[in-house]
Ligand binder design. Structure first.
Ligand SMILES: CC(C)(COP(=O)(O)OP(=O)(O)OC[C@H]1O[C@@H](n2cnc3c(N)ncnc32)[C@H](O)[C@@H]1OP(=O)(O)O)[C@@H](O)C(=O)NCCC(=O)NCCS
Length: 413
């Protein structure tokens, strides 16, 4: 038997999705299948889908979506967002994913996409291909009884509870503006917003449909929103709901404080849960009792794989000027292995290969983790994953690469 990896024909999308669902042990309803097909046709992903074929049968799937990833600056770089990765259980561990990944990296390079990003179903899969986890997502739980905020600035803005149609008109603009500012974020396409609102209109896991509240600044410009669902529960003392914040995004500090204040002071609520939140959450400092905010889990978010190392390093900004030489080892794409000189001056960054001695030595997956500024060189060095060959280089790299605000991605794909 030989398996061949090639692009799919448009009429094979149904078979592609069914193979993918089987690998994920999921059944797919005809409605979901139609919706997936619609979205993929609208976003052009269908032209970027590849499959592993045994004869005419699809046994492996993968696709990429073209994104602009926000990097420290803020600036943005063109990346391939890898999605729908699967190999049928009967074809696993024969190198099919490895072959599909090779093909996708080649295609991304041809299209000028300088890095690949993805969410990983399992942490063990993608390190071997040079991906490193670069954003993280926390889940918080907050007990809201008698919750109080430290005195904060007076907010001259206002909040409005809006219906889904109004939310659909106004929320994407706020969220996409935020995504262009926050390292690790990706603005969402219109078709994906349609899906997001369609999902928000459905009850989930015993939770209500989503409610939407929009914040406007004192000049009546939209600058933040929260989407939340609730689960009902009744105590002898009265209703005590749990609210789940599915998204809270603020373009200003006032909007941030105001929206959290709204959620935490809702009547008939005893507990607020919020998932996929950034690791730095100013809310912790805002509550008179910071212990009310419990971090119930932290997991990896986006994994980043640098494909064109000089273009990626030139594509972001740095916190301070400086020069570094970095030796990068890349077993999956050996052509990338080498030493790179990074020169950051007042007018931006320059990066090229060099024959100079390396200040730091690391693997390409580690560079992927460091790239968005949410992980420090020193942390990886303490784990023996970055070698310091020039004294002081680690600290200098930390100062240059760090993002003052943790990278965060709220767009799944
Ligand atoms: C993950 C998946 C796509 C891997 O496909 P595959 O064709 O078996 O992968 P490959 O044969 O190319 O594996 C390459 C290497 O990775 C290892 N590997 C791959 N997936 C692994 C996993 N889930 N757990 C442990 N090791 C894994 C293989 O053992 C192999 O190691 P080796 O080079 O030392 O032999 C497949 O297992 C799958 O479809 N899983 C369910 C769906 C899923 O999780 N998809 C990923 C979505 S992000």
């Amino acid at each position: 038997m030989s398996v061949e990896v090639r692009p799919i024909a448009p009429d094979q999308l149904g078979a592609f999705i069914r193979a993918f669902s089987a690998a994920f042990l999921e059944t797919i309803s005809p409605d979901d299948l139609r919706q997936w097909q619609r979205t993929w046709e609208r976003t052009g992903v269908i032209d970027r889908a590849i499959a592993a074929y045994d004869g005419d049968t699809i046994v492996g799937t993968s696709a990429t979506k073209p994104f602009q990833l926000t990097v420290p600056g803020p600036a943005s770089i063109p990346v391939a967002g890898v999605t729908a990765v699967s190999v049928l259980p009967t074809y696993r561990r024969r190198g099919i994913l490895t072959e599909m990944t090779r093909r996708e990296f080649e295609s991304a390079r041809h299209r000028g996409e300088i890095a690949a990003i993805l969410y990983a179903s399992e942490g063990v899969i993608y390190g071997r291909y040079g991906y490193g986890p670069a954003t993280f997502a926390a889940h918080y739980s907050i007990t809201t009884d008698r919750v109080a905020f430290v005195p904060a600035v007076q907010d001259g803005g206002m909040l409005a509870l809006v219906d889904a149609a109004e939310g659909r008109r106004r929320i994407p603009e706020i969220a996409n503006r935020h995504s262009r500012l926050r390292p690790g974020s990706i603005p969402r396409a219109e078709a994906n917003w349609d899906d997001w609102f369609e999902d928000a209109g459905k009850e989930h896991d015993g939770m209500s449909e989503a409610f939407f509240v929009i914040h406007q600044d004192r000049n009546r410009h939209d600058d933040g929103f929260v989407a939340y669902r609730s689960t009902g529960a009744s105590l002898p003392t009265g209703p005590r709901n749990t609210v789940t914040v599915t998204r809270l995004t603020a373009l200003s500090d006032e909007a941030y404080v105001s929206l959290w204040g709204y959620v935490l002071h809702l009547d008939l609520v005893g507990e607020v849960n919020a998932g996929n939140r950034p690791l730095q959450e100013p809310l912790r400092w805002l509550m008179t009792d910071p212990r009310r905010l419990r971090t119930t889990s932290v997991g990896d978010g986006l994994w980043v794989r640098l494909l064109d190392i000089p273009a990626c390093l030139e594509g972001r900004h740095y916190l301070c000027v400086g020069s570094l030489t970095v030796e990068v080892r890349d077993a999956f794409c050996p052509a990338n292995t080498g030493t790179y000189a990074l020169e950051v001056g007042p007018n931006g960054a320059r990066c090229a290969r060099t024959n100079l001695n390396a200040d730091l030595v690391l693997g390409v997956a580690q560079l992927g983790s460091l790239y968005l500024g949410g992980v420090s060189f020193s942390e990886l060095a303490h784990g023996t994953l970055v070698e310091e060959r020039r004294s002081g280089a680690l600290l200098q790299a930390d100062r240059m690469f760090m993002s003052p605000i943790a990278p965060w991605c709220t767009t799944d794909f």
